[in-house]
Design a protein around this ligand. Structure first.
Ligand code: ADP
Ligand code: MG
Length: 691
C-alpha cells in the first residue's frame, strides 16, 4: 500500500493551482498524470538576464532594460502586431505583441510609464525589437525579475514559465521523507538530502547544476537506480523461492558432447556450467545467455536439454520464425538422437494427422525435446513433464507468449538467448532480474569478415564485383535501410534496388521485406538458404540467426544510418563458413566524425561486446543502442552513460538491503519502500514477468 506521506505527490496534476481543464492535458503530456511527475520535471537550461542599455544590446541575448514607454503603435491590419516603442536614453527598443492581446498590454503600460523589460533581443531591419517580453514590470517590482532563471520544457499552449510555476508548486508539496540512503555513503559522495536535491534541481544557479555530474542530480539518479535495482532483485528473489525440479548433470549429456565434431570453447563451457549450477540448485532458473550469432548458444542449450532428458523431463526450444526453428532442429536432433533422446519440430506448418501424432508423443512423454515456433504454446499442446524452456531471440516474443510456454510445465526453468550485445555496464539495468552468462568467444576456425566502407558514388564497382562472384556461385545479402517515415517508400527503394541488381547481375536476385507475411518471408529465406537465390535484397528483416553458410558477402546501404549493434548483427550473417567473407558498408558522404569513428570500429573488431561498449561511449548515452526498443527503462534522472558508475553500486546496494531485510521491515527498509513507491514505474526488463 502507498504510504500516506506520498499522497500529495500522487494527486492528479489538476490539483495544482492554475491547472484547469485546458492546461491539465498539456501538462500531463509534458510531465505525466500526477504531481510527482511535475516535481520530477527538470529544467533543461538556465537563462541569465543581464542588465543592459539599448545602445549596447546584443542581438539574440536575453537582457533586461530600464525604459520609458514612448509611443503606442496600434496594429495596421488584423495580422499585424501591437507595438510599444520604448526609450532608455541610449536608444529605442520596440516591444512587439502578436495575437490580439497587445491592447491590454498597452493599457497597463501607458505612454510615459517607467518599466523594466526583460526578454530576448532581436533585430528587425533597422529596428531593435523584443517580441513578447518575458517581463514588463514597474521599477519598484524589480525583484520579480530573477537574474537567473531555469527554463523548463514547454509545449504549444503551455509556455516554459508557466511550467516552472507548476514545478515550484509541486516542490512546495514535496514532503520531507526519511532518508533511505546509507548515511556514510551519502556523506562520502557529498550528496544532499532528497528534498534538498529537488530544491536544487528547480533552482539551478549555473549551467553546471543541470549536468548529470552535479551532486544533486547524481543523488536523484542513484535513488532511481536503486529503486529499479531493488524491484528487479525482489523479483529475482521471489522466483528463487519457488522450488523447481533439481536436475543433475548427466553422463548422457557428456555422450552428446563427446560425439560433437568440435570441442566447446571456454566461454561455452563456462555458460554450460553456470546453467548446470542453476538446474541443480532446486531453485527455478532465470538465465540469459548473451552471445554473438554463431557463438554457440544453441549447442550449450542442447547439452542442458540432454541433462533434463536424462532426469526424465522434457525441454522446449522456441524460436521466432519457422526457418530458425527448423535450423535449430537440424542442429539438435542428430546429436541428441545418437544418445537416444527424441526431438520433434512443431511449427505452423504441421497439420492434420502428422500434427496430432507429434502432440500425442509430447503429451505421452515419448519425445523429450520440442523445437518450434509460436505453435509450441498453443492450447492444444500439452507436455508430459516440461521442465526447461529455452527461448531464442527472447526480445521477439511478448511476455505473455513466454509465460504461456512456461505454464505448460511446473516452475519451468527458463533459459533465454540473445544475440544483441549489451555493454556490461548496462546489463544490470536491462537484465537485473536475470542471471546472465556471456559467450564472448567464437568457435575457432572462423575467418574474420573483411569489412570496408565505400562511398555510394562507387556503388557500380560494388555491383560489378558482386556480379563476378555470384557468377562463381557465391551468395550475397544486400540490405536497404528503413529511412523514411513510411514503410511503403522504403519498400519502393528496396524494389528499385532489386530491379537494378536483376538488370546487372541476372535473375537470381530475390527480395524480402517487412510487408511480407511470415510464410512469404520464410519461403524467400528458404530459397536463399537452398542457393536458389544468389543475391537477397532485404529491408532489415533478415532473421538474426539464419544460417546460410554459403553467403559470403554482406552489402549494407546507407550504413551510417544503422546502429552499430545492428550493423554488427547484420555482418554476423556472413563469415559463418570457412570461406573468406566480406562486408561492404556503403555510405552517403560526407560522414560526420562520429559516423566515421563508428564505421571504423567495425573494421577493427568483430567482438560484439566491445562494439556495443564503444558505441555507447561514442554516442555518450541517450538512446545509444536503440535501447528503448529493446525494453530499456525510461529513467527520469538516471543517464545510463553518465551514471554508469552508479549502476553497479545500486545493484550491490539493492542485493545487500534485501539480504539483510528481505521484507523491508527495518527502519531503513521502510524508508526504502517509500523510495520504491516514489518511482513506481514498472521496470521494463524484457523478461520482467517471465517467471
Ligand atoms: P548460436 O546459437 O549462438 O547462433 P549455434 O549454437 O547455432 O550458435 O552454433 C553456430 C554453429 O557453430 C553451429 O553450426 C554449431 O554446430 C557450430 N559450433 C558451435 N559451437 C562450436 C565450437 N565450439 N566449435 C566449432 N563449431 C561450433
Ligand atoms: Mg542462434
Amino acid at each position: 500500500m502507498r504510504p500516506e506521506i506520498l499522497f500529495p505527490l500522487y494527486a492528479p496534476v489538476k490539483t495544482l493551482k492554475g491547472v484547469g481543464p485546458r492546461v491539465a492535458p498539456l501538462l500531463e503530456k509534458l510531465a505525466g498524470p500526477i504531481v510527482r511527475d511535475v516535481l520530477f520535471l527538470a529544467p533543461h537550461s538556465v537563462v541569465r538576464r543581464r542588465p543592459a542599455t539599448v545602445a549596447s544590446a546584443v542581438e539574440g541575448e536575453v537582457q533586461t532594460f530600464q525604459v520609458e514607454i514612448d509611443e503606442h503603435q496600434k496594429p495596421r491590419g488584423p495580422q499585424q502586431p501591437w507595438k510599444l516603442r520604448a526609450f532608455d536614453g541610449t536608444g529605442f527598443l520596440t516591444l512587439v505583441f502578436f495575437g490580439g492581446f497587445g491592447g491590454s498590454v498597452a493599457e497597463k503600460n501607458p505612454v510615459g510609464a517607467k518599466r523594466l523589460v526583460s526578454g530576448k533581443v532581436e533585430r528587425f531591419g533597422a529596428e531593435l525589437q523584443m517580441p513578447h517580453p518575458d517581463y514588463i514590470v514597474a521599477p519598484e517590482r524589480a525583484a520579480e525579475i530573477p537574474e537567473l532563471e531555469a527554463v523548463y520544457p514547454a509545449t504549444a499552449g503551455l509556455p516554459a514559465r508557466t511550467v516552472r510555476r507548476f514545478a515550484h508548486e509541486a516542490l512546495d508539496r514535496a514532503p520531507d521523507l526519511t532518508e533511505w540512503q546509507d548515511p556514510a555513503w551519502l556523506e562520502r559522495q557529498g550528496w544532499p538530502s532528497w528534498k534538498e536535491a529537488l530544491i536544487r534541481l528547480h533552482s539551478p544557479a549555473t549551467e553546471a547544476d543541470l549536468q548529470p555530474t552535479a551532486l544533486h542530480v547524481r543523488r536523484l539518479a542513484y535513488d532511481e537506480l536503486l529503486a529499479h535495482q531493488l524491484a528487479m532483485a525482489q523479483r529475482k528473489a521471489d522466483r528463487r523461492r519457488e522450488p523447481a525440479a533439481k536436475i543433475a548433470a548427466a553422463p548422457l549429456a557428456d555422450g552428446v558432447e563427446a560425439a560433437l565434431p568440435f570441442k566447446l570453447t571456454n566461454a561455452q563451457r563456462r555458460a554450460l556450467s553456470e546453467i548446470r549450477g542453476d538446474l541443480a540448485s532446486g531453485e527455478r532458473m532465470s538465465r540469459l545467455v548473451q552471445g554473438d550469432v554463431g557463438s554457440g548458444k544453441t549447442v550449450v542449450a542442447m547439452l542442458a536439454m540432454a541433462d533434463v532428458a536424462a532426469g526424465g523431463g522434457q525441454s522446449a526450444l522456441m524460436a521466432p520464425t519457422e526457418i530458425l526453428a527448423r535450423q535449430h532442429f537440424e542442429t539438435l536432433s542428430g546429436p541428441l538422437a545418437a544418445q537416444g533422446i527424441k526431438a520433434v519440430l512443431l511449427t505452423g506448418r504441421d497439420k492434420g494427422a502428422g500434427r496430432a501424432e507429434k502432440l500425442r508423443a509430447l503429451a505421452g512423454g515419448e519425445v523429450q525435446v520440442a523445437v518450434g515456433t509460436h505453435a509450441l504454446f498453443q492450447d492444444e499442446v500439452a507436455f508430459h513433464r516440461l521442465q526447461f524452456a529455452v527461448i531464442d531471440e527472447q526480445h521477439r516474443f511478448g511476455v505473455a507468449e513466454r509465460q504461456r510456454l512456461q505454464a505448460k510445465g511446473e516452475a519451468t526453468h527458463l533459459l533465454a538467448m540473445s544475440a544483441t550485445p549489451i555493454p556490461r555496464t548496462l546489463e544490470l539495468t536491462l537484465y537485473g532480474d536475470l542471471d546472465v552468462s556471456r559467450i564472448d568467444e567464437k568457435p575457432p576456425g572462423r575467418t574474420p569478415v573483411a569489412t570496408r566502407a565505400v562511398p555510394m558514388g562507387r556503388v557500380e564497382e560494388v555491383e560489378a564485383r558482386l556480379r563476378a562472384v555470384v557468377a562463381e556461385g557465391a551468395q550475397a545479402f544486400w540490405i536497404c535501410p528503413l529511412v523514411s517515415e513510411s514503410e511503403l517508400v522504403d519498400l519502393k527503394a528496396a524494389e528499385k534496388r532489386a530491379e537494378e541488381l536483376r538488370h546487372r547481375i541476372g535473375p537470381t536476385v530475390g527480395l524480402v521485406h517487412g510487408k511480407m507475411t511470415g510464410a512469404e518471408k520464410d519461403a524467400v529465406m528458404a530459397d536463399f538458404a537452398d542457393g536458389k537465390i544468389g543475391v537477397l535484397v532485404a529491408t532489415t528483416v533478415v532473421e538474426v540467426g539464419v544460417n546460410v553458410p554459403n553467403a559470403t558477402i554482406m552489402v549494407i546501404e546507407q550504413a551510417e544510418r544503422f546502429g552499430l549493434a545492428q550493423l554488427h548483427q547484420l555482418r554476423g550473417r556472413v563469415g559463418r563458413g570457412r570461406r573468406e567473407s566480406s562486408c561492404v558498408l556503403l555510405y552517403d558522404p560526407p560522414l560526420s566524425e562520429t559516423a566515421q569513428k563508428r564505421l571504423d570500429i567495425l573494421r577493427r573488431t568483430d567482438d560484439g561486446f566491445q562494439i556495443a561498449e564503444t558505441d555507447l561511449e561514442l554516442r555518450g548515452g541517450g538512446d545509444a543502442l536503440g535501447l528503448k526498443q529493446s525494453g530499456f527503462p525510461a529513467y527520469v534522472f538516471a543517464d545510463p552513460f553518465a551514471h554508469r558508475d552508479l549502476i553497479a553500486v545500486a545493484g550491490d546496494d539493492a542485493r545487500l538491503i534485501l539480504a539483510r531485510d528481505p521484507q523491508l521491515k527495518s527502519p531503513r527498509g521502510q524508508a526504502v519502500s517509500v523510495l520504491q513507491e516514489l518511482f513506481d514505474w514498472r521496470p521494463a526488463s524484457p523478461l520482467k514477468d517471465a517467471g
